[in-house]
Design a protein around this ligand. Structure first.
Ligand code: SAM
Length: 186
């Protein structure tokens, strides 16, 4: 497990995501950034679609996947809100790691309106017993509003179809990362 809070949160998310791994199924990395989450998914799923709005991020992800020898990754340089245009099969897991690219331009961040649309698209693609995992960073300039919008959306999802769970780091300062899990019942 990573020692800093960001690494620790991503590691915790992946412990849960691991339960959904299936080499016969498809996963989506909705925010591929430097490609670390994409290759993690590529090791565990038959096919992975990876999205990012930044060309440099899409290129970094393609390079990392290629260097690691994964030929099951499709990298798409487009907003995740357009996911449904590219992904035509049902998916087992969709991972969002929100915020800005570490080491990149902090002004290019995920934004509530696009994130909400993307989650809506992901919900339509989700197979039964599939999961959407959203790592949220309420500590940055756009992050608190984005988290609130996501929690509001999730709290209104049909309780007969979905289970929504959100983590809360109760001994950490306000703005600590949180994870929202949405599972579709069988
Ligand atoms: C925290 S980083 C992702 C880290 C990445 N998963 C990794 O393993 O390196 C967030 C990424 O979301 C991307 N992003 C922002 N808005 C987006 C959008 N509308 N669609 C897809 N990606 C977006 C940013 O460009 C940034 O690379």
């Amino acid at each position: 497990m990573g020692d800093n809070i960001l690494a620790r949160t991503t590691d915790l998310a992946k412990v849960i995501c691991e339960k959904y791994a299936d080499k016969g199924k498809t996963a989506v990395d909705a925010t591929c950034g430097n490609g670390h989450d994409t290759v993690w998914l590529a090791e565990r799923f038959g096919s992975v679609y990876a999205f990012d709005v930044q060309k440099s991020a899409a290129e970094a992800t393609s390079r990392l996947a290629e260097n690691r020898g994964f030929n099951n990754v499709t990298v798409i340089c487009d907003s995740h809100e357009n996911m449904g245009r590219y992904v035509k099969e049902k998916v087992r897991l969709v991972m969002f790691n929100l915020g800005y690219l570490p080491g990149g331009d902090k002004n290019i961040v995920t934004e509530s309106h696009a994130t909400l649309k993307a989650v809506d698209g992901a919900l339509s693609l989700l197979e039964k017993d599939g999961m959407i995992c959203i790592i949220m960073y309420p500590g940055h300039w756009q992050g608190a509003g984005e988290k609130e919008a996501l929690l509001q959306m999730a709290s209104k999802l049909d309780k007969s179809k979905y289970h929504c769970v959100c983590t809360d780091m109760i001994n950490q300062p306000a703005g600590a990362p949180e994870i929202l899990f949405i599972t579709l019942k069988t």
